[in-house]
Design a protein around this ligand. Sequence first.
Ligand code: ADP
Ligand code: MG
Ligand code: MG
Ligand code: MG
Ligand code: MG
Length: 615
Amino acid sequence: MGVVTTDEIFTWEESKKHRDYVRWHGVLQFINLWKKSKDRKNDEFKWGDELEFTLVKFDDEKKIAKLNLISHKLLPILNEKETANPNGVDCIWRPEFGSYQLEGIPGQPYGGLLSDFKIVEKNMRNRRLEVMEYLKSDEVIMMLTMLPRMGCPNSTDPLEQPSPNSNDYASLFVAGNTVNQQFLRWRRTSVNLRARRNEVLAINLPIFKDKNVPEPFREDLRAFNDDGKCEAHAKDDHVYMDATGFGMGCCCLQVTFQGRDMQEARVLYDQLTPFVPIMVALTAACPIFRGYLTDIDSRVLSCIDSVDDRTLGERGLEPLKDNEMLIRTSRNGSTEWYLTEEGNQYNDVNLEYDEKLYQLLRDHEVDRILAQHIAHLFVRDSLCLNSMALQSNDETDTDLFEIIQGTTWRTMRFKPPPANLSIGWRVEFRPCDIQITDFENAATACFIALLTRVILSFNLNLLIPLTKVEENLHRSYKRDAINKEKFWFQRDITRSETEKKLSIDEELSELTIDEIINGKTETFVGIIPLMNSYLDNMNVDSETRCTIQQYLDLFQKRASGKLMTDAAWIRKQVTSHPQYKKDSIVSDRISYDLVKKIYEIQMNTKQHPETFLSY
Ligand code: ADP
Ligand code: MG
Ligand code: MG
Ligand code: MG
Ligand code: MG
């Protein structure tokens, strides 16, 4: 997000009155921005990561790990250095959804030289160390996709009680004060999202069916003060959750890349899209939700279902009314539209958009494919509108564009230059869970950065139909998907068979992650072998090559099953805990021991050989 500076955010009822205005002017603002930046050329390759951190407080006496709700106190202090010296800091701190979360990015983006890969891990580590200076002895900052017992009783400090029947962040499990207390936009967004949906949220994740899990597994939600509304949406054998925090409150790693011009950014957006599910499986780190082991390994599914603001009509469950249209997906999900001519052949979803908005874009000569993408973005409504945004100037501002763009959380984001045109066309790769060590996070960011170089330099073609990408995404987060699932993939990524003019069906194959990453004799070359031949042709100093090699080893070994994902390792910690009763319950004590162990690994006082090799 980033543009909403005031917290006087309209309620959904108020917001609704402005929906046509927001859509029309949001699109106009995009058009004006596009006019100013469409011919921009030769921007440097720059890139940078975003890491979302969790603030944890340990009760060492009672052995409980809690979410530490202090971001509103910490962030102003952390921002002081940047305010005093905007271009001279090592890292920059930004607010996040949770009042137990912080987002940290490098002080400056990285550049085009591969030797920059050497500083990524150190910068990530320094970010944490910087925050630690301001923490008390029982407080820590961690890399954790989600605290295992987030949403369980007594899991926050200070202790906050949920208020299921209030009009302000109603949830059976999570209190409103777990949401950012300094910038109210996330809380209002959540409340408005729920109001727009006009029904409780229904996040149902299949429970891990260990030996002693009851058949069927079904919680008594009345014990959480449910009046029956949630009960109706909770599925048998699933862990039910009802708050945006179970998705938006998870921590991820994102990487943004600048293209040399709009076309190159569009190529990267398209080519990285089919790789999203592959990276989800390779970086899965979130098997526990609300104190239960689930059959899910990553945060992806709860992210999708936690921000589904569609009405019953839009979901096809009730007749359409008030100019509604059917909308296929939640605000969070897979890429829905490729942006290049080449990609357009693989655009096989029925993209919804308002014909008037599409025509407005076309009248200003925005090309057909991009016009469809932007018009489709504006099927969403603003959930955090304020009067300032309504007063924004269509010629010079982009508030109404950003307000929709910034709250449509797809796994990839196509980012036009900001209103001040200080930087160029970028794409953001967004699906990865945060990893539990700096090493793995650096490896992940650098792996994707290297992939962009390889895609461009070898003119690779990873494209497959978007419905297949979406199908892959729904395979990628399942338990042990990395070893068990196959994924639709382009067979001819190096275009060696182009002369044969294969049909789209002939191009498709189903491969394991091992085959995709490490190659399959003769028939599929593999991503890492391609990366290695790219590196062989580059003049890389030996230290850089060595750093990159360690990162490639991590993914090579994860893909081949020699190393575990964080999710698999976390599962193992639970199932081998002496107090674990094979009932998929992650008790306070199990959670505490697990979180402590992860913390020790992060501080490098304990080795962690099963998920990665070396530091
Ligand atoms: P958002 O939250 O909107 O996704 P952030 O500003 O938090 O974006 O972070 C975006 C990332 O992009 C950071 O890692 C930052 O270093 C990086 N970045 C900044 N400028 C550029 C640029 N010109 N090209 C590519 N990446 C950039
Ligand atoms: Mg950010
Ligand atoms: Mg973030
Ligand atoms: Mg977030
Ligand atoms: Mg981001």
